[in-house]
Design a binder for this molecule. Structure first.
Ligand code: DGI
Ligand code: FE
Ligand code: FE
Length: 186
């Protein structure tokens, strides 16, 4: 089944994005192993996390309406919709029903407070997988090597700083997640 998911995703994504997806799977498996999460589940969530990533903004908005998604912020920045729409589509097209996997896909882009361990793994793996190459990624990998929570906070910080630098609005879930983990949430 997992190999089938890899095949399905390979057909939907550009070679570059598929390579990124395999990198996320590799990193997610390592993080799952280190934290006692089911490695197979982490692999499936990773393989499917960007399922809707290459759909057009119009298609994403149409599917968001169909799925009754009401996140106004994401509806105004359709790029963010690929997370929730991806969860909607893997349910409908692939029959994925595992809520933990669906939640990990939903929260992988902006995060959310009280992210469970699998959600944290996918959020972080998406940002530090081996093919990622941006200023600061090494620091994030170093933080992740300490422990999952340290890596997640560093990743949330990095995203918030990046969005400030490029003058983009910041999703409240991202701020909320950072506050939650900084104030002791795990
Ligand atoms: O799908 P990927 O490219 O692998 O990575 P992703 O799902 O983390 O999406 C990254 C994009 O999402 C990137 O262009 C920045 C954007 N993004 C993430 N959080 C926010 C955001 N954009 C806005 N405007 N606000 C956010 O809070
Ligand atoms: Fe994504
Ligand atoms: Fe991704």
């Amino acid at each position: 089944m997992v190999d089938n998911f890899a095949k399905v995703v390979e057909l939907r994504l550009s070679p570059k994005r598929f390579k990124h997806t395999l990198g996320v799977a590799e990193t997610a498996e390592e993080l799952a192993h280190a934290t006692g999460v089911c490695v197979e589940k982490a692999r499936v969530a990773a393989l499917l996390h960007d399922y809707a990533r290459e759909l057009s903004p119009e298609t994403l908005k149409g599917l968001a309406r169909e799925a009754n998604l009401d996140d106004q912020f994401s509806l105004n920045q359709p790029e963010l919709l690929h997370a929730s729409v991806g969860a909607f589509l893997v349910q409908r097209e692939l029959g994925v029903t595992d809520q933990e996997i669906l939640d990990a896909i939903i929260s992988h882009t902006v995060g959310r407070r009280k992210m469970n361990t699998l959600e944290q793994i996918i959020y972080l793996a998406d940002m530090i997988e081996p093919n990622r190459d941006y200023a600061g990624v090494q620091e994030l990998r170093a933080a992740a090597s300490q422990n999952l929570k340290t890596g997640v906070v560093a990743a949330l910080d990095h995203t918030i700083r990046y969005l400030l630098n490029i003058n983009k609005p910041i999703h409240l879930h991202t701020i909320d997640a950072r506050n939650y983990f900084l104030m002791g949430g795990d």
